[in-house]
Design a protein around this ligand. Structure first.
Ligand code: PGA
Length: 259
């Protein structure tokens, strides 16, 4: 399986010229990295511009959220929301859901589950973020992750898991206030726990086919170790993805790994 490397630009950059310039540079490297599936997730407002630049699908585009509401049911009466259909009409096939920065704004597991249903039903790949806030010595984080997975995927049909990618992002490792990244060993243990928890929902065999990415302070120094020793199927990269040179080196590192 190709490694999946996802750029999460969050609320950056601040204008479309910068967005186009960063994207062009990333796309150039992505075209050379045939063993990698590269996905760039800019803010909604840049998707249309960037889609025009996208060539041959070497660098796919993703959104950072989608509405869980059904636009057809109540005449689209959801101000400020973007539907899966709208994204698909632009050719956008991926969407990040349940990011810890959205959950910190009050997004619940129930809302995440509605968004996963809307996205997968609409034929999109849902990149679903899960992760504990603290890795406490008592091991409470284990229950936290199990509950978050059960809650976020409640009611999601097992057949739609073929359109699910999990991004394990320990909250303490994410963003500019992060203490540090996880370790490859820590990540490997968590992927085993995540697969076991998924197995109870969809069966162990299907659970083995769901890609699990790592996210949280990924940089060009640690990327390779997460993909090798940490056994990650890919990476979700925030800050480093806004620097095309750095992100390009992460893509190249992923591309050089023999699977
Ligand atoms: P970071 O963000 O790489 O800046 O820690 C990762 C993410 O939020 O997906």
């Amino acid at each position: 399986m190709k490694k999946i490397i996802v750029a999460n630009w969050k609320m950056n950059p601040q204008n479309r010229e910068d967005a186009k310039s960063i994207f062009r540079k990333i796309q150039k490297v992505a075209e050379e990295c045939r063993n990698v599936k590269t996905v760039v997730c800019p803010p909604f407002v840049f998707l249309s511009d960037l889609q025009k630049l996208a060539r041959n699908g070497e660098c796919a585009l993703g959104a950072q959220d989608v509405s869980g509401e059904d636009a057809l049911k109540d005449q689209g009466a959801h101000t400020g929301e973007i539907s899966a259909e709208m994204l698909r009409s632009l050719g956008v096939r991926f969407v990040i859901l349940g990011h810890s920065e959205q959950r910190a704004q009050g997004e619940t597991d129930e809302e995440v589950s509605r968004k996963i249903k809307a996205a997968t039903r609409g034929g999109m790949m849902a990149i679903v973020c899960v992760g504990e806030r603290v890795r406490d010595a008592e091991g409470e984080y284990i229950h936290f992750i199990q509950d978050e997975i059960r809650g976020s995927f409640a009611g999601v049909s097992p057949k739609n898991f073929s359109r699910v990618i999990i991004a394990y992002e320990p909250v303490w490792a994410v963003g500019p206030r992060a203490e540090k990244a996880d370790t490859p060993d820590g990540l490997f243990e968590m992927t085993i726990l995540i697969r076991k928890t998924l197995g109870k929902l969809i069966g162990q065999k299907s659970a083995l086919t769901v890609p699990i990415l790592y996210g949280g302070s990924v940089n060009e120094e640690n990327a390779r170790a997460f993909l090798t020793a940490g056994h990650a199927d890919g990476l979700l990269v925030g800050r480093a993805s806004l620097h095309p040179d750095v992100f390009g080196r992460i893509l190249k590192a992923a591309n050089s790994i023999k699977s």
